[in-house]
Design a protein around this ligand. Structure first.
Ligand SMILES: [Zn+2]
Length: 306
């Protein structure tokens, strides 16, 4: 079994059976050991440095913030300690809130991802994903009435009693694939990326589409290459803002590159040697936190799990 990718909160017990237990939730919110992880507009509160750490407010410290906070979302238990996400997004100046500036700063999780403890990174990613979902689902998609958070923040219910529709947190599946042909792999680059950087192809899964078909379609659209033998590798939560990356290896049946949808600025075949040189000096490969890099590294290691 492969080790989890970055941002997978592998050590988290999500306690789904307790989310509807209002009494348990109330007790956890007041429990002195309970941890609150502040989120502000998709940024997480972190103490920066060589080994960045999440700022963890205990119940007493979080109290003044909780009174003013937006959503408070139950994440689950880490080592038996209950963790909540605390959404402070409606403040324009979060640094002015009690205790915030003294503790750390709100940062983009992707920038510290490789340095932060894996489980902590997973918890912050989850907190960010849930608060983003709440922020973008304030109104019912069926009737337009406001929605309300329930069950520790894992459902939003339409307040129009005629409708009362339940809305559940969503995650958007995307496929990401390493296309190989003999000793070469097919990589592409987008115009907005850093100069010289190439990565594996990727795209969103469409409704009514299998993952394998999404892999074949995306590779065809972006490069005109026909692929077969689509094999699952691993997955990665990617809450930037709401994706789940599903990684695959596949084999190219053709070589000619034609960028059909112009989503990429360029697509090329790279030999193993070119990639190894690139990772050493030219920075071709994507960032180490991404499943794209994991797919490339595993291919360079001749398919062995890392
Ligand atoms: Zn409704």
């Amino acid at each position: 079994m492969r080790s989890p990718n970055f941002f997978a909160a592998a050590a988290l017990d999500r306690v789904t059976h307790l989310r509807a237990d209002a009494e348990w939730l109330r007790a956890q919110l007041e429990h002195p050991e309970t941890v609150f992880l502040p989120v502000w507009r998709t940024k997480n509160l972190v103490i920066e440095g060589d080994e960045p750490r999440a700022v963890r407010f205990r119940a007493a410290e979080a109290q003044p913030l909780r009174e003013a906070a937006g959503e408070v979302v139950l994440l689950g238990l880490f080592d038996g300690v209950t963790h909540f996400a605390l959404d402070l997004s409606h403040f324009d100046e979060p640094a002015a809130l009690p205790g915030i500036a003294a503790q750390g700063s709100f940062i983009e999780l992707r920038n510290v991802g490789p340095l932060i403890d894996r489980d902590e990174g997973g918890a912050l990613a989850y907190a960010r994903a849930m608060t983003h979902w709440h922020a973008t689902h304030q109104f019912c998609g069926s009737c337009g009435a406001p929605t309300e958070s329930r069950e520790g923040g894992h459902i939003r219910v339409c307040t129009n009693v005629e409708c009362a529709r339940h809305h559940f947190p969503r995650t958007d599946p995307a496929v990401i694939m390493l296309v190989e042909k003999g000793d070469r792999v097919l990589l592409g680059r987008k115009a907005e990326w850093a100069p010289g950087r190439y990565s594996t192809l990727a795209g969103f899964v469409e409704p009514g589409e299998s993952l394998e078909d999404a892999v074949r379609r995306e590779v065809m659209e972006e490069t005109g290459v026909v692929v077969s033998d689509v094999d699952y590798h691993s997955s990665q939560p990617w809450p930037f803002p709401a994706s789940l990356m599903l990684g695959f290896f596949c084999k190219a049946e053709t070589e000619l590159i034609q960028r059909n949808d112009k989503e990429l600025e360029d697509a090329r075949w790279f030999t193993r040697q070119e990639l190894l040189e690139g990772q050493g000096g030219l920075g071709i490969a994507p960032r180490p936190i991404s499943i794209a890099r994991r797919l490339i590294d595993d291919w360079l290691n001749e398919g062995g799990a890392t």
